[in-house]
Design a protein around this ligand. Structure first.
Ligand SMILES: Cc1cc2nc3c(=O)[nH]c(=O)nc-3n(C[C@H](O)[C@H](O)[C@H](O)COP(=O)(O)OP(=O)(O)OC[C@H]3O[C@@H](n4cnc5c(N)ncnc54)[C@H](O)[C@@H]3O)c2cc1C
Length: 412
């Protein structure tokens, strides 16, 4: 087993890092303060080959599955809010790729990115006011009316909400069936009945727009149902007849993206760690140079170790995902859980180390501290990740016990 980066990984990491240093960092504080969509940086990302279909293809064809997490860590090192604004369309594209027919994927995934001249973005809308962690309780409905679907409901906390060209909306077709009665629909920008509700004023990742999406008698053509009507009818039929099997489209999408979210959190933790090392360098108090004091060294060693440990979990999960190794022990969720907790913890203890001035808005540490929190919240809260990991671990242990209890086949 070898997670050492090859030449292509190193070259790509260097490109991402230069983009973070030269394009993102200089404007990070401004976008954080003004809470504006960083369109100019998003266009630059396209020009640098770090956004769009070509970029996706490059990342997806990496046999080790490491390019996506390298990208996420480096860009979030630059600025988590801007990085999310650049990459949130990927979630919509993943939703389309995991549920759509080949024709739908070919049509709608490119629409989530647009062209170099005309940038487009996507949004993936699942969460509702009463259904965040509890995804099976979605209330947004999709009803068939002749040759159209009619969507009604409201989605909250949607990244790129209200500004996306392509919205992938998860709605319930049969509320009695929980997540098995749900389906994903494409709702293009400008569809009558689709409107932006409240735009959130946030603690962190402020350059990424988060808003409510309101759907009122929003009519879309039949073929905007991802996967097609026959697949949905088969799924509903299986669920109604009590057959087990099949899984939620939303959950499948989140599973694919979890190591990327973990890598994003690591970018913030690493930014805070590296900045604190620089800040400590050359500083001294009455006890001598700060970097030579044992309590400082204890904290730095713990932060470095935790970041490395989390990165190994992220690299393993990304590799497993790319190579089709089933994550039966919850490895994808573990990686996101650990990295999110490390980012929040590391930014907290590093602020403690620097002291009261670390809380000043002129100080980058306080921004990284604010940006870190979301990685314990979205794409499955830390508490939900723990439930997922615990359940998968238990199931894996039961399976192993059953297999070991199976008698050996009789040999002739
Ligand atoms: C900035 C931002 C961007 C987002 N972007 C998107 C997006 O693009 N698309 C989208 O669909 N959603 C998005 N979300 C929504 C996000 O995924 C949800 O906020 C998250 O899933 C939690 O759901 P909730 O807010 O309803 O909290 P709840 O589910 O109500 O949870 C509240 C608290 O209770 C805990 N809890 C809940 N159930 C349990 C349980 N069974 N056991 C133990 N603890 C539990 C949770 O861990 C949490 O601490 C975004 C949210 C934010 C803040």
């Amino acid at each position: 087993m070898d997670f050492a980066h090859n030449d292509e990984h190193r070259e790509f990491q260097d490109l991402c890092h230069r983009f973070a240093v030269e394009v993102m960092r200089p404007v990070a504080a401004r976008y954080d303060r003004d809470q504006e969509v960083p369109w100019d940086v998003m266009r630059e990302a396209r020009a640098w080959g770090l956004h769009g279909l070509d970029f996706l293809q490059r990342v997806a064809t990496d046999d080790d599955g490491q390019m996506g997490i390298i990208y996420a860590e480096e860009l979030h090192w630059g600025c988590a809010g801007i990085a999310l604004a650049i990459s949130a369309s990927g979630l919509a594209a993943a939703g389309i790729a995991s549920s759509g027919t080949p024709e739908q994927i070919a049509k709608w995934v490119p629409e989530c990115f647009g062209t170099a001249d005309e940038l487009q973005i996507g949004a993936y809308a699942v969460t509702e006011a009463q259904a965040g962690s509890d995804v099976k309780s979605l209330r947004t409905t999709a009803k068939r009316d002749g040759e159209e679907w009619v969507l009604n409901g409201s989605k909250v906390f949607i990244s790129n909400g209200g500004i996306a060209d392509v919205n992938v909306v998860v709605a319930t077709v049969d509320p009695h069936l929980g997540h098995r009665g749900q389906a994903s629909f494409i709702v293009p920008k400008g569809t009558p009945g689709l409107a932006m509700g409240k735009k959130e004023d946030k603690l962190g990742i402020r350059a990424s727009q988060t808003a409510e999406l309101v759907l009122e008698d929003c009519r879309i053509p039949l073929d905007h149902l991802l996967g097609g009507i026959e697949k949905l009818e088969r799924k509903l039929e299986r669920a109604r007849s009590g057959q087990t099997g099949g899984s939620s489209n939303a959950l499948a999408t989140f599973e694919i993206t979890r190591p990327m979210v973990g890598a994003s959190a690591l970018g913030i933790a690493r930014a805070a760690y590296e900045w604190t090392l620089d800040w400590l360098e050359g500083r001294a108090d009455e006890r001598g140079p700060l970097l030579e004091q044992q309590h400082v060294q204890q904290t730095l060693a713990d932060v470095a170790t935790e970041i490395d440990a989390a990165r190994l979990l992220v690299q393993r999960a990304a590799w497993m995902g790319r190579n089709g190794v089933p994550m039966t022990g919850g490895q994808g969720s573990m990686s996101k859980l650990k990295a999110g907790d490390v980012a929040m913890w590391a930014t907290t203890v590093l602020m403690d180390l620097v002291g009261p001035e670390a809380g000043s808005p002129d100080h980058p540490l306080e921004k990284w501290f604010r940006d870190a929190k979301i990685y314990q919240l979205f794409e499955g809260t830390a508490q939900i990740q723990r439930l997922v990991v615990a359940r998968m671990q238990t199931a894996e242990r039961r399976r192993a016990r059953e297999e070991s209890a199976t008698p050996e086949p009789v040999r002739a």
